[in-house]
Design a protein around this ligand. Structure first.
Ligand code: GDP
Ligand code: MG
Length: 156
């Protein structure tokens, strides 16, 4: 495997509305087709305490209780995606936090309207990605493999 940050990992989650609306396939497809590699995936309902830890930096916001209720309302599809610039590009693929400000072609810009039902989560920095991956997945749960398409996606 080449270096040059092709192993950067980001935590991407399909929120309960995305799962219930049958958007797991379309969302995974966007990351796959872009060339990113799926290294961990599970459906999980981790509970309020876990969700409060995930969104700890937003605990003083007026929408926090509603956000936790929303995130706790059904299964979440938790994933780790790997590839060059995966964190920043993952956010671009997701679109803006408020779907009404998201460009068409982004996940939120194509599938969502309300900020409180914006179907997906993506880490905002490499440091937060590492924290979130450690919160949602056990050590060793993410697999390591060379994707067959590697040389067709990356120049080096
Ligand atoms: P993200 O990183 O783009 O997901 O945005 P933030 O980290 O700022 O917020 C986390 C999540 O909280 C968002 O994805 C929304 O689901 C929710 N959220 C953010 N701002 C608002 C808001 O003003 N109202 C409501 N109801 N939810 C919000
Ligand atoms: Mg965020």
């Amino acid at each position: 495997m080449s270096s040059e940050h092709a192993t950067e990992q980001t935590f991407i989650a399909i929120k309960p509305d995305g799962v219930q609306r049958g958007l797991i396939g379309p969302i995974i497809t966007r990351f796959e087709q872009r060339g990113f590699k799926l290294v961990a995936i599970k459906l999980t309902t981790p509970g309020k305490e876990h969700l409060q830890a995930h969104y700890a930096d937003l605990s003083d916001k007026a929408f926090f209780a509603g956000l936790i209720e929303y995130m706790n309302s059904g299964p979440i599809c938790a994933m780790v995606w790997e590839g060059r610039d995966a964190v920043k590009t993952g956010r671009t693929i997701l679109g803006a936090t408020n779907p009404l400000a998201s460009a068409p072609g982004t996940i939120r810009g194509d599938y969502a309207i309300d900020v409180g039902r914006n179907v997906c989560h993506g880490s905002d920095t490499v440091e937060n990605a590492q924290k979130e991956i450690a919160l949602w997945f056990k050590e060793g749960e993410a697999v390591s493999y060379k994707a067959a398409q590697y040389g067709w996606v990356y120049e080096k």
